[in-house]
Design a protein around this ligand. Sequence first.
Ligand SMILES: *[C@@H]1O[C@H](CO)[C@@H](O)[C@H](O)[C@H]1NC(C)=O
Ligand SMILES: *[C@@H]1O[C@H](CO)[C@@H](O)[C@H](O)[C@H]1NC(C)=O
Ligand SMILES: *[C@@H]1O[C@H](CO)[C@@H](O)[C@H](O)[C@H]1NC(C)=O
Length: 455
Amino acid sequence: MRLLSLPLCLSWVLALCLAAPPHHKEGHSDPHHKEDYAHPDQHGHPDQHAHPEHSHHHDLVRCSGIEFDAITLDEHGVTYFIKDDHLWKGYRGSSEFTNQTFHELHGSIDAAFRMHHKVKPEDHDRVFIFKGDHVWSFYNHTLEDGFPKLINSEFPGIPYELDAAVECPSGECKTDSVLFFKGSHVYHYDLLTHSVKEKYWPAVMNCTSAYRWLERYFCFQGTKFQRFHPVTGHVSEGYPKDVRDYFMKCPDRGHGDKTREALFGRCSGKPFDAFTADDEGKIYAFRGDYFLRLDTKRDGYHYWSITSNWKELHDHINAVFTWDHKMYFIQGDQVYIYKSDVHYTLVEGYPKPVEEELGVKGPVDAAFLCGDSHLVHIIQGKRMLDVDMSETPRKVVKEWPLPFDHVDAAMCGAEGIRVFIGDIYYEYRSPMLLATSRMQPFPHKTRKELLGCDN
Ligand SMILES: *[C@@H]1O[C@H](CO)[C@@H](O)[C@H](O)[C@H]1NC(C)=O
Ligand SMILES: *[C@@H]1O[C@H](CO)[C@@H](O)[C@H](O)[C@H]1NC(C)=O
Ligand SMILES: *[C@@H]1O[C@H](CO)[C@@H](O)[C@H](O)[C@H]1NC(C)=O
């Protein structure tokens, strides 16, 4: 018998999910074990149990262990899990027929991905769906003109009857690309040159679906999944893992630590240690051992361990700023400098004492640098110290008294300067206005305005 189709009210939108910090298994001191996973299952939506008897039945079905044909995000950040002619939205929804969302599709599909190709706006953000020798392109749940087409006319050199596909934007892959999987074969398709390179990735399973979430790549087979690197095919330690603990809400399963989440989770209101925005518009927030990206609202938020991005950084950091494509982390009296590329790599010879690098005695409370400026503004207690990064040796070129007793964090981005104190922040248009304003500006709620929390 087929699964029942249920009302749409049980479908879940992933975009506003609340992600749990990953659970640390006891006895893991090796930082690699602090690996972390997609798990945006803590929605907190009020209608979670709207139809308990139905949702129970359906959760059981999804949680009983399904090998999905395809998993993809759409242009609104909703994740679709697709199996035969059924589709699940988000990590909790019940199943519907695929043709309720994609009217022109009949029966099962082979693979799907969300295109990332900004230089070709007519393709960017489309959901591409593969079945047999054809490809469909959907936007706003509408089939694009000219589709379905033969796969070969849209993606020359890519075989029919695929198993999986996933986008790989430039920055994560060298250029905007798509990875196609068929059996043990992996094809790297360059969207600019249309060249196809076959990869030999012995560590990656034969994926039956593949999914990119918040710049991380996952390969699924049966109820197992792996995290893999989209360029090297390296599989992260500790995999495979069970899909039901991470990518769906199943009774008595999961990996999150509820107590820790209440204390440190996105909406806990606890102060952050540091914020920074990099040249690509990525905005990072740091709290304890974790960081999250504030610019990924559409696809959801998730806490990842700091060591998973910046290997040498353990424990909480005091301040961070970005200058000349490098991230400067200040921890106690040491500064760590990372080159920002596809991976963050520690510059040789670091960490070094803050005093040697910046001419300021650590520790510090916050630091920020605006746009193309070479002045870094370092906040220490009630004062702000300006250090000119273009001079050697570096020294304080100006000192300002601040109208605050203590600042937790500060950043400078497209919206100007933000100074964080407890669970609120203030905005300023320039460092001078921050230092000289007599009137405190309007207080913004960090949680609500930057983290998508309800209050
Ligand atoms: C949608 O799919 C279901 C199951 O495959 C099928 O029974 C139904 O007729 C389809 N609806 C339309 C409008 O094609
Ligand atoms: C999306 O489709 C609906 C109808 O299905 C239409 O009313 C709406 O204007 C479309 N939006 C865009 C952005 O094309
Ligand atoms: C992976 O796919 C290849 C065909 O390309 C097949 O020979 C092999 O048995 C598959 N391996 C597994 C573990 O399913």
